[in-house]
Design a protein around this ligand. Structure first.
Ligand code: COA
Length: 147
């Protein structure tokens, strides 16, 4: 069973490990910890049978959200975990009467782009050399909250 709950201190070590496994510039435990006291941060964790399986993070500013983190441990992928996480952000965005959600993703990360399209996100444009390690363009995607 998948449950989605707010990120808490007890999840931080596992999530920093997940960041290391997924990204060349991973968020540290401290960086994640800081979001616990950021009033604009909406971070959620998915548990599968009680185990930390993945997480999502969004910054909420005025009526817009920018998704800054989405990651699922490889052994839990293709089981609907990221979909459940993103759906929980969309539910939050509706409750908060937000208008738009945006995100950036590496141009080469076709899997994540396919995932975001299944969640209603569309290509908006390229952010030239947005990423380092390796240097790469960012694909900007967005979706309106009410669809
Ligand atoms: C991208 C990621 C978060 C998807 O997580 P997930 O839990 O496997 O996603 P879901 O199971 O909810 O996928 C839902 C649908 O999205 C699409 N999808 C997901 N991953 C995909 C992939 N690698 N390739 C193509 N389509 C994919 C599929 O349509 C999938 O449905 P299906 O499994 O029935 O075919 C996960 O692969 C991940 O953590 N990747 C590494 C970190 C990363 O790249 N994060 C994004 C940074 S911007």
């Amino acid at each position: 069973m998948i449950t989605v709950i707010p990120m808490a201190r007890e999840h931080i070590a596992a999530l920093a490990q997940l960041e290391k496994e997924c990204f060349s510039a991973p968020w540290s435990e401290n960086a994640l910890m800081e979001e616990l006291s950021n009033p604009n941060a909406v971070f959620r964790v998915a548990l599968k049978n009680g185990q930390v399986a993945g997480y999502v993070g969004m910054l909420h500013v005025l009526d817009e959200g920018d998704i800054c983190n989405v990651a699922v441990f490889s052994q839990f992928r293709r089981q609907g975990i990221a979909s459940a996480l993103l759906q929980s952000l969309l539910d939050y965005a509706k409750e908060q009467k937000m208008a738009l959600i945006t995100l950036e993703v590496r141009e080469s990360n076709q899997g994540a782009q396919a995932f975001y399209r299944t969640m209603g996100f569309e290509f908006v444009g390229l952010r030239k050399n947005f990423y380092d390690k390796p240097r790469e363009h960012g694909v900007l995607m967005s979706r309106s909250v009410e669809e």
